[in-house]
Design a protein around this ligand. Structure first.
Ligand code: ADP
Ligand code: MG
Length: 261
C-alpha cells in the first residue's frame, strides 16, 4: 500500500470557497492515499451558543462537560463530517466519514479533570482506516474518542479529543509520508510576527513558554512534535490560499516545517 498523506482541515478550510476539497479529490484521482481529519470548534461553539451554553477554552482546547460533549458528537460527528464527505463525493471523489469511535479507531482516557470529557489518546487501531484505503476511499475522521480506559462509573462511553492530536496520532500509527495541517494563518510566526519556515523541536517549547505561540497553535505544535519520529514531513500551512494543498504536494507550498532537534 502507498504511504498515506494525513491532512488536518482546520476551521479556516471548512468554508465553501475553499479549494482543499477540490485538491483532495485531485490527489486521490492521481493515486495518493489520503486520510482527512477535521476540527470544527467554531461550529460547535456556534451551536452551543444557540442553546445559551457558554464555551470556555484552556490553552486552545474546549473544556467539555456532558452538554458540550453531546454537541461535539452531534456537530462534529454529524454535520461537519457529512459536509466534508458530501463535498468530496460531490466533486467526484470517494470518501467515507467516520469518527474516532468507529472501529475503535481512537481509544483514550480522561486527560485531566480540569478539561472535563477530553481524551488523552492511549491507543490507535488503524484496521478500519486500512480497510477503507484499500477499498479506494478517503477516510474522513471526526475528532471523537472511545472512552476505553479508566472510565469512572456513569461516565460517557465517548470523549471529545483534539483534532490536531488525532491527526498526529493517526500519522504516527500509519507511519504517514506526510502530516499536513491546513490552518488560518501562514504558518507559525515568531515574536515579531514573521513566518518561521523551519521550526526545530528544541525551539518549540520555548516559543510556547514565552507566549509567542498561544491558543490553538499550542496543540498543533505539540501534535507535530509527537508525530515527528514516525512521519517524514510535518507541515503547518495556510489553508486560506487557493490550492494550498496541491502546492504543498508539488513542493511549492508556503508554511512552517517542524523538524527534529
Ligand atoms: P485550526 O482551526 O486550524 O485548528 P486554531 O484557531 O485552533 O486553528 O489555531 C490557529 C491559530 O493559532 C491562529 O489563527 C492564530 O491566531 C493562533 N496562534 C497563536 N500563536 C501563533 C503563532 N505563534 N503563529 C501562528 N498562529 C498562532
Ligand atoms: Mg484548532
Amino acid at each position: 500500500m502507498n504511504r498515506v498523506i494525513v491532512i488536518k482541515l482546520g476551521g479556516a478550510t471548512l468554508g465553501s470557497h475553499d479549494t482543499a476539497i477540490e485538491d483532495a479529490v485531485r490527489l486521490q484521482q492521481q493515486g495518493n492515499s489520503l486520510i482527512i481529519v477535521h476540527g470544527g470548534a467554531k461550529v460547535v461553539t456556534e451551536w452551543l451558543s444557540r442553546q445559551g451554553i457558554p464555551t470556555r477554552f484552556v490553552r486552545g482546547e474546549r473544556v467539555t462537560d456532558a452538554a458540550a460533549l453531546e454537541m461535539v458528537a452531534a456537530v462534529l460527528g454529524g454535520l461537519v463530517n457529512k459536509e466534508i464527505v458530501a463535498a468530496i463525493n460531490g466533486r467526484g471523489g470517494q470518501a467515507v466519514g467516520i469518527t474516532g469511535i468507529d472501529g475503535n479507531l481512537i481509544q483514550g482516557k480522561i486527560r485531566d479533570e480540569e478539561m472535563g470529557y477530553v481524551a488523552r489518546i492511549v491507543k490507535v487501531n488503524t484496521a478500519l482506516l486500512e480497510t477503507l484505503l484499500q477499498s479506494g476511499y478517503i477516510p474522513v475522521v471526526a475528532p471523537l474518542s472511545m472512552h476505553s480506559f479508566d472510565r469512572p462509573d456513569g461516565a460517557p462511553l465517548m470523549l471529545n479529543v483534539n483534532g490536531d492530536t488525532v491527526a498526529a496520532e493517526i500519522a504516527a500509527a500509519t507511519k504517514a509520508e506526510r502530516l499536513i495541517f491546513l490552518t488560518d494563518v501562514a504558518g507559525i510566526w515568531d515574536q515579531s510576527g514573521k513566518l518561521i519556515p523551519e521550526l526545530l523541536s528544541s525551539e518549540a517549547e520555548a516559543l510556547i513558554a514565552s507566549g509567542t505561540v498561544s491558543g490553538g497553535m499550542i496543540p498543533k505544535i505539540k501534535a507535530c512534535l509527537g508525530a515527528l519520529p514516525y512521519t517524514s514531513v510535518t507541515r503547518i500551512i495556510d489553508g486560506r490560499q487557493p490550492h494550498a494543498l496541491l502546492r504543498e504536494i508539488e513542493g511549492t507550498g508556503v508554511g512552517t516545517t517542524i523538524k527534529g532537534i
